[in-house]
Design a protein around this ligand. Structure first.
Ligand code: SAH
Length: 217
């Protein structure tokens, strides 16, 4: 079951060509998506769905993000080779694994214990060494801050201040912000200790960010 194959690599190449046509242009990001075996983040009965450009249920009412969304967010992050990145919403662990292709310093936090355990086992079996945590990531990971980059993979009602203050100066937060139905991708750069600039990008549909700074706050 934990096998990659010539056929899977071929399917990934086709998927990457599709992402390129849809506007993803960062070669490092495309190479990362060509490397990570997305089918191994699915239960075996559903592996056939892994190389369509679609989100898919992973249990607990959550989804593995669409490959386009993963590529889009990763491209906006513009990760340097040694940058420390925090992902909020580990989910399946797929996005986390994509980040690990770009930097060894990946921290990821998941709210739901069942998903945390599963992602932990899966990444270990793939020999992927991320720093995984279980808890409310809407508050970030204060003990491990500051981060160069923070990526939120669930839809947030606003831009959590706690996350902004865990960025180092020059660092950036990528986060979908909106209501429960639709969100706009935003990138907030920490220009100085007290100044932030923000850019607004395309619309997406994410599952809701839970927790204190999310929809339960
Ligand atoms: N990056 C994931 C996408 C998962 S969907 C992947 O590649 O598969 C979003 C995830 O965010 C869900 O697993 C959900 O449980 C989690 N989540 C929601 N609110 C959270 C919070 N406050 N802290 C941490 N994780 C959260």
């Amino acid at each position: 079951m934990h096998a990659d194959s010539y056929r899977h690599r071929g399917l990934r190449r086709t998927l990457v060509a599709e992402l390129r046509r849809k506007g993803i242009h960062d070669e490092r990001v495309l190479a990362a998506l060509a490397t990570v075996p997305r089918h191994l983040f699915f239960e075996s009965a559903f592996q056939e769905h892994a190389y369509q450009d679609k989100a898919f249920p992973i249990g607990e009412g959550q989804t593995i993000s669409q490959p386009y969304t993963v590529a889009y967010q990763t491209q906006l992050l513009d990760l340097g080779r040694q940058e420390r990145v925090l992902e909020v919403g580990t989910g399946s662990g797929y996005q986390c694994c994509v980040l690990l292709q770009l930097t060894p310093q990946v921290y990821s936090i998941e709210y739901q214990p069942v998903l945390f355990e599963r992602a932990h086992r899966r990444l270990a079996s793939l020999h992927q060494a991320a720093h995984l945590f279980c808890g409310d990531g809407s508050l970030g990971l204060p003990d491990h801050a500051p981060f160069d980059k923070i990526l939120v993979t669930a839809g947030s009602p606003n831009i959590p201040r706690t996350l902004l203050h865990q960025l180092r100066v020059g660092g950036a937060l990528v986060i979908p912000v909106g209501d429960a139905q639709v969100q706009r991708m935003m990138r907030v750069v920490r220009e100085s200790e007290s100044e932030f600039s923000r850019e607004v990008f395309e619309e997406f549909r994410f599952v809701p960010l839970l927790g204190k700074a999310g929809w339960q706050g």
